[in-house]
Design a protein around this ligand. Structure first.
Ligand SMILES: CCCCCCCCCCCCCCCCOC[C@H](COP(=O)(O)O)OC(C)=O
Length: 161
């Protein structure tokens, strides 16, 4: 997310598609999980921080939360806490007047284990994420969206090979 406004990134593409219709703001923090994000969210989005009411607010977490506890305890967040943190972020956004109908929860994307393993090896560690585990977090994200009455974008399913 942090890097999505770089050349060719999905944030930049979205901003380009929506030019003259609405502004796309990026509040991504690379490497963050929901445990850290829920703490800083009020500093990123406060009551009335947009000039107009937002057309949509996306919440896109889970890739880092789903890192394996044994191999990456720093970023790992247990599944139940991930769900609770997402719900807390939804509740916070609703408390600053973002209607549930304007919220979109995005599941973590699928993981290409072979490519990620290369990245891990370069950093001197073992493969620390598994696509099947990411899928469990994606399903939990969809469940939270259903429970909270928000829209959801199931990237994990849409982007599987
Ligand atoms: C109002 C309409 C909203 C539409 C949103 C459309 C969203 C499209 C998203 C496409 C996503 C492409 C894949 C992105 C992959 C991002 O992976 C990120 C993770 C975590 O990285 P970071 O954010 O830096 O912590 O990357 C890895 C390697 O886990």
């Amino acid at each position: 997310m942090d890097f999505s406004f770089q050349q060719g990134g999905w944030g930049a593409s979205l901003a380009d598609k929506l030019v003259r219709k609405c502004d796309v703001l990026n509040r991504g923090f690379s490497g963050y999980n929901t445990r850290w994000a829920r703490v800083i969210l009020p500093r990123l989005i406060g009551k009335g921080s947009g000039r107009d009411s937002p057309a949509a607010v996306t919440i896109f977490f889970g890739a880092n939360d789903s890192a394996l506890k044994e191999e990456n305890p720093r970023q790992h967040v247990p599944l139940a806490e991930y769900e609770a943190n997402l719900k807390s972020m939804v509740q916070y956004l609703r408390s600053v007047d973002v209607p549930a109908a304007r919220l979109i929860l995005i599941t973590p994307p699928p993981l290409c284990e072979a490519a990620w393993e290369q990245e891990c090896l370069q950093q001197g560690c073992k493969l620390n994420r598994l696509n099947l585990v990411v899928g469990e977090y994606a399903r939990a994200c969809l469940q939270v969206a259903q429970d909270c009455g928000t829209d959801a974008l199931d990237l994990w399913t849409l982007m599987q090979k």
